[in-house]
Design a protein around this ligand. Sequence first.
Ligand code: ADP
Ligand code: MG
Length: 249
Amino acid sequence: MNTPTNESGAAVVLRDVHKSFGAHKVLAGVNLEAQRGQVTAIIGRSGSGKSTALRCIDRLETVDSGEITVCGRRVDDPHVDLKALRLDVGIVFQSYNLFPHLNIEENIMLAPRAAKGLDKAAARELAHSVLAKVGLREKATAYPEQLSGGQQQRVAIARSLAMQPKVMLFDEVTSALDPELTGEVLKVIEELAAGGMTMVMVTHEMAFARRVADQVVFMNAGRVWEQGSADILTNPTTPELKQFVQSEL
Ligand code: ADP
Ligand code: MG
C-alpha cells in the first residue's frame, strides 16, 4: 500500500533549520534534502540532534527558524494543515506503542477508520493487505503480547503503511530489539525501499545503511557534518565521521 511515485525531486527539504530547547542549541543550521523514492539514512552520535530533526519534519517539534518543506508543503508555516501533513508522513519510533487490548488488525484499522472514514470491512481488508506486506497476515487476530518485539515493530510499520504515506520516517526502529530480531524488521524496510517508498531513517545499523541507503547524512553537533552516498562510510572526509565510523565497528 505504499505510494511509489515516478516524480523525481526532493520530498523533504530542510534549509538552515535552528532549534533550541531552552539555552541548549540542538539544531544549529541543518540543511538536508531527501529525494523521492530514495532512502536517506541519518547517522551520528547520541545527542547530535537526529531525532529532533526527524520530529521537526513531522511537526512534532516546531523550529525556531529556517524552512522545512515536505511534499511541497511548508511545515514551518504556523498555519500548516497538520492533518494533511500527517496523512503524507508516516513515522515509526523505537517503541511501537500498540494498544494491548486491541488485536493486531484492530490496531491497524483505527487510524484509517478515524482519519479516512473507512468502514470496518474496508479497514479490515486494508489491515490484511499491509500485514501481508510485513509478512504477518496470519497474526491479524493475535494480540500484541503474543508477538515478539520484532513482530510488534513490523505491525507498527504496517499500521503506518495503512495510511498510505508518501514519506516514511523511522527513528531507530530496531534499537530496542534483541539482535536476533532486528534482521526481520530491516528486511521489511528494505522491501519498502525496493518498492520505491521515500524514507528518512535514523539508524545505528551501519551495515544496513551501507547496503540500502541512497544517501547517508552524518549529523554532528546539530549540523549535517558530512553527507553523500554510502561511500562516505568507507571514505569519511571529516575526522568526526572517521571517528564515528570506527566507534560503530
Ligand atoms: P539524537 O537523536 O541524535 O540522540 P536528539 O535530537 O534526541 O538527539 O537530542 C539532541 C539534544 O536535544 C539532546 O541533548 C537532548 O537531550 C536534547 N533534547 C531533545 N529533546 C528535548 C526536549 N524535548 N527538551 C529538552 N531537551 C531535549
Ligand atoms: Mg534519537
